[in-house]
Ligand binder design. Sequence first.
Ligand code: N5F
Length: 392
Amino acid sequence: MSVPMARRIDSMRPSEIREILKLTQKPGVISFAGGLPSPELFPAKELAAVTAVILEKDGASALQYAPTEGHGPLREAVAARMNAKRGTRVTAEEILITSGSQQGLDLAGKIFLDPGDVVLCESPTYIGAINAFRAYEPRFVEVPTDDDGMVPESLEWILETERPKFVYAIPDFQNPSGRCWSLERRKAFMEIVTRWSIPVLEDCPYAELRFEGDDLPSLKSMDEKGLVAFLGSFSKVFCPGLRVGWTAADPEILRKLVIAKQGADLHTSSLCQRQVEAYLRLYDMDANVHRICDTYRVRRDAMVGAMDREFPKDLSFTRPRGGFFLWVEMREGMDARAVLEKALEKEVAFIPGAPFFPCGGHENSLRLNYATMDGPRIEEGIARLAGGLREV
Ligand code: N5F
């Protein structure tokens, strides 16, 4: 049966991450695919304790419909934490609690994009953002990006001919490349977008997961004109299943995001918002983040070490200083999808790199996540993957 549907659905694609996730549910599969946090780091005991208290003391409101903007005390806590960690000066009124930062991406697409509008992004960039924006039928322009971030001269040159609705950027431990923008690049970028008055979506779920080196200021902290909407998330520093994230934006943008969210889901789960708020109030989130960083640093080292030993020498990869991901570039002409087929036969999974480039190409690249699996499984998985690479 073929029923008529909206034109926009033709340009939308299933997420490769979600599709490959299904294959990795099988026991025994070593997955370097989806950006899944390591489950043994979830604070389940603490969540059980706070949930009991919430339901006992505040049960009716925790289970009731609630304002779209979010739970007041959580908005306060998010603003305070963001100001302390990311150098911003936002107030609780500038925070919208979203159902994951993924929803912030969709809502931004909804309020900014008409069909044919231009979105500038890094090259490569996060598939989930490409897919969220695609629903609104934009045209993507990839800004050349190197290990220090978007190249300012290239951005400037593109702005001579394109009028983007916004620039989408992930400056800290980028998904998929693991790169982190340098301070100089952050300043140069903000100087350019401020001069041209271009809105920016700063997607920042990984900044707190820094394994070494000094924290760098967020783009939002350098924003003098209210151009930057900052997307934050508790998924990677706490747990993704609660689906609690936020967008911090100027009042005018925030108001429109709220209207867009009203049509999407009314509000983010009242109970989950209270769980996060109570955890922030009663436990030590910084200690939790340290524990996560200590675990992932060891896993990053295990993966990089195994790749140095096992992988062919004509292949290059990033050595991230934080976050979840490592980016691999194979010899020109190699196809990561063919490697994935071999890898899946050996029960190892990763995400091919091509879908992270909205304008196409780059079939020879792939993304590996070192956060989910422990050291021995990382070493076993890399050995199997190296076998797959040799066969292809
Ligand atoms: O806050 P949340 O959980 O909605 O995270 C969405 C998100 C937003 N921005 C960036 C840069 C991200 O990396 C993510 C999460 N990405 C993961 C990934 O594998 O790329 C998780 C996807 C999980 C999945 O689709 O199963």
